[in-house]
Design a protein around this ligand. Structure first.
Ligand code: ATP
Length: 235
């Protein structure tokens, strides 16, 4: 069974068909890139997969359950990074992770250990007790990435995870995402960036006009992702 599934998914805003018969399936071991131009329906699809929006039709499932009616135990196995979301300005990263840990059912000691590991990995350990309002945009993104993984989820749904990160940290995050999938987890990564998709994903779905119009294995050397993307967008 695939851990993320969408079958004939549909969602309209008035006359705009944001998601229009979208099918996809992501298995454990994969970093699946959801690649599409502006307005393709990526955010709307993510909002459905993370239970924030209900589809008008079709079916979405994450770990075998409807994301809009997920039991708490299932929700705790999923990590989410929404588009451009920042941590609460009035908390420090330490306070934010304590809060996230409690919501995720973790004890404070476990949270502290994992936060230490992640803050070292991403290089923001010195900022753990600074108000999030006073962090740079990139430091805020590091905090948001840490909250995705703090409860060691089986599946993550992440939107532009490398935005605002410097090149060294980008490489670390890419390496981590690949090894996390190799360990038997699944990553659903939305991006407009072909280089990111090529560097980090094992398979890419090209989305345009609310549906996945092509899928490519990145390891397939015959594949030129840019050509496939342009064909899909122009065709
Ligand atoms: P981007 O890469 O620019 O963030 P996207 O692929 O995430 O785009 P969506 O945000 O899902 O695309 O938007 C898909 C379509 O739905 C667009 O045509 C957009 O204008 C429309 N849309 C999205 N949200 C709303 C809304 N709340 N009300 C009306 N139309 C919307």
């Amino acid at each position: 069974m695939s851990v993320i599934e969408a079958d004939s998914l549909r969602k309209a805003y008035g006359d705009v068909r944001a998601v229009d018969g979208l099918d996809l399936a992501v298995d454990r071991g994969e970093v699946y890139g959801f690649l599409g131009p502006n307005g393709a329906g990526k955010t709307t699809t993510i909002e459905i997969l993370t239970g924030q929006l209900r589809p008008d039709g079709g079916r979405a499932a994450v770990l075998g359950t409807d994301p809009a009616n997920e039991p708490v135990e299932t929700r705790r196995r999923v990590g989410v990074l929404p588009e451009q979301q920042t941590p609460p300005s009035f908390l420090t990263p330490t306070e934010f992770f304590e809060f996230v840990g409690r919501v995720r059912g973790l004890d404070d000691e476990t949270v502290a250990e994992r936060v230490e590991e992640w803050s070292q990995r991403l290089g923001f350990a010195a900022k753990l007790d600074t108000l999030c309002a006073d962090l740079s945009r990139g430091q805020q993104q590091k905090v948001m990435l840490t909250q995705v993984f703090v409860h060691e989820p089986d599946v993550v749904v992440i939107d532009e995870p490398l935005a605002n990160l410097d090149p060294i940290v980008q490489e670390q995050v890419k390496r981590y995402l690949r090894s996390y999938a190799e360990d038997g987890n699944a990553v659903f990564l939305s991006t407009h960036n072909i280089d990111v998709a090529e560097d980090v994903c094992s398979r890419v779905g090209i989305v345009t006009n609310g549906r996945v119009v092509a899928e490519r294995d990145v390891a397939d050397t015959e594949t030129d992702l840019l050509d496939a993307f342009l064909d899909a967008v122009e065709g």
